[in-house]
Every structure is written in structure tokens, then in C-alpha cells.
Design a binder for this molecule. Structure first.
Ligand SMILES: [Fe+2]
Length: 176
């Protein structure tokens, strides 16, 4: 009787494992660490998105047309990038941050200046922003790589490629 009761308890415990439990081969601790890093990347990407859109609106001077259009391409790319980053956080079982308050706390880059800088200063700010986001992605890479989180590594690789290429293009505008 006692053995029967024990085995019934055991199978009940097994059956009570929530069907929503995550079992993808990455431990809870590692998923939490990766989700935290991705939340920083999301906050950085969103902050850089808003700054770039702000500069698209407020740029002035002889380079207006070039920069207005260039910034539009860049903010569109950044806007499209936030979604896969947030959804990777969700796939790892964590809540994706999505408020200005959370982004302000999590971002490694400063918010856009309230007074629009001159055109070339905007370019300098964006170079630094893209470099900072590339560093955030690069810092997380070994954490994801160590535990075989290929989807996150793939996402980080794509993000580093875009940020480093965009930083190069913007930096080229500053050269004589
Ligand atoms: Fe526009």
C-alpha cells in the first residue's frame, strides 16, 4: 500500500510538471543570464532607434537631404531589429522590457539630446551609439556561445555586422 501510494505521488508529481515549462537544453540560470544581456541590447537598440529618428526630423544644413535620407534607412533598420531581440528574450522564458523607464535603466547609451546638435555632431553621436551597441552584443556573445545558444549567437552576429558597418559609413562622413 505504502509503495503504491509512493508511486502514485511520484507519477502525480510528474504529471504536475507544467506543460509550459521550458526544456530546450539551456539551464534556467543560463537562460536568465542571456535574457538579461539581450534586454540590454534591446534597450540600446531602441534608444539608438529613437535618437536616429529624432536626427532624421531635426537635421539642418547643407547635408540635409543626404543625412535626412540616410537616417531614415538607419532608423527603419533599427526599428525592425528590436522585434527579433525582444522575441528571443521571450523564447528564453523571460519578460521583454518595453517601457521608456526600463530602457533608460538598461541602456548603455545616452538618450537623445533635447536640443538638436549640428549635423556633423549628430553623425558623431550616432557613430558612438553604433559602436556601443556592437560592444553590448559582443559582450553577450561568449555567454550564449558557451551554452550552445546558437539562435542568440546568430542574432548577435547579425546585429554586430549591421552596427559595425553603419558605424563605418557614418565615420566616413567625418573624414576629410
Ligand atoms: Fe520622415
Amino acid at each position: 500500500m505504502a509503495t503504491k501510494a509512493k508511486s502514485a505521488t511520484k507519477s502525480a508529481a510528474k504529471a504536475s510538471t507544467p506543460s509550459s515549462a521550458i526544456n530546450i537544453g539551456i539551464s534556467d540560470k543560463d537562460r536568465a543570464a542571456i535574457a538579461k544581456g539581450l534586454s540590454h541590447l534591446l534597450a540600446d537598440t531602441h534608444t539608438l532607434y529613437l535618437t536616429t529618428h529624432n536626427f532624421h526630423w531635426n537635421v539642418t544644413g547643407p547635408m540635409f537631404n543626404t543625412l535626412h535620407l540616410m537616417f531614415m534607412g538607419q532608423y527603419t533598420e533599427l526599428w525592425n531589429a528590436v522585434d527579433p531581440i525582444a522575441e528571443r528574450v521571450r523564447s528564453l522564458g523571460h519578460v521583454a522590457p518595453g517601457s521608456y523607464a526600463d530602457f533608460g535603466k538598461l541602456a548603455s547609451i545616452a538618450d537623445a539630446p533635447s536640443q538638436p546638435p549640428k549635423a556633423l555632431e549628430m553623425v558623431r553621436i550616432l557613430v558612438k551609439g553604433h559602436e556601443a551597441v556592437a560592444r553590448t552584443a559582443r559582450e553577450l556573445f561568449p555567454v550564449a556561445d558557451k551554452v550552445g545558444d546558437e539562435p542568440t549567437c546568430d542574432l548577435l552576429t547579425q546585429r554586430m555586422t549591421v552596427h559595425e558597418q553603419t558605424a563605418w559609413m557614418l565615420r566616413s562622413l567625418l573624414e576629410e
